[in-house]
Design a protein around this ligand. Structure first.
Ligand code: FMN
Length: 178
């Protein structure tokens, strides 16, 4: 089935779920890569808002994620949200890295190319396409509570485990038809 027959475009304001549920309970599958070569991982945290008068989505990625490498290269990515029915299949993408594994051929989800040529998944109920706006690495001094400092210090202990904060302009949003 074509992408257009599966999904209809909506505006960011029409996203029916609240940001807390999407970021904290549903968890997006974040996918980068426009060619045959693409990669996806599960994210948590982050959210939606407005930056430089643009609708944006933000997320936090460990610096060594392969998906992050592709996002920084392509500067475009998608966030796919699934109903409970597909949760287990989606979570598989958070179980191992695509760097040096063939998880993208093993995952039981169907890659779907958006009209702009970005990869998302046909089983998703909501897809948010983002254009990379900003990648920033906070320093420990930027955090104001001991709990946050402890978290970020712990995260930075191992090489490549520091976190990058990504802000992407939401360029299109797609809802599953029906
Ligand atoms: C529920 C869940 C939430 C996750 N949230 C994040 C996250 O916010 N940031 C992150 O860097 N990794 C997160 N991960 C871990 C990555 O999805 C996982 O390490 C993945 O294998 C990375 O794949 P990649 O190296 O192919 O990009 C999460 C995993 C799960 C299961």
């Amino acid at each position: 089935m074509s992408f257009d027959s599966l999904f209809r475009q909506i505006s960011p304001e029409e996203i029916p779920d609240d940001a807390f549920t999407l970021a904290g309970k549903v968890f997006p599958v974040i996918t980068a890569g426009r060619t045959e070569h693409y990669n996806a991982m599960v994210g948590s945290g982050g959210g939606f808002g407005v930056l430089f008068r643009k609708p944006v989505a933000w997320c936090i990625m460990r610096a060594d994620r392969y998906t992050l490498e592709l996002i920084e290269r392509e500067r475009i990515y998608t966030m796919s949200y699934f109903s409970d029915e597909y949760r287990e299949r989606a979570m598989f993408l958070g179980s191992k890295s695509g760097r040096g594994s063939d998880k993208m051929t093993q995952v039981e989800l169907t890659a779907a190319r958006t009209p702009d040529g970005n990869i998302a998944f046909a089983e998703a109920r909501l897809i948010v396409e983002c254009s990379l706006l900003q990648v920033t690495v906070p320093s420990v001094d930027d955090f104001c509570t001991q709990q946050a400092r402890d978290y970020i210090n712990e995260a930075c202990k191992e090489k490549g485990h520091y976190r990058k904060y990504l802000f992407g302009e939401i360029v299109r949003v797609w809802m599953k038809n029906g």
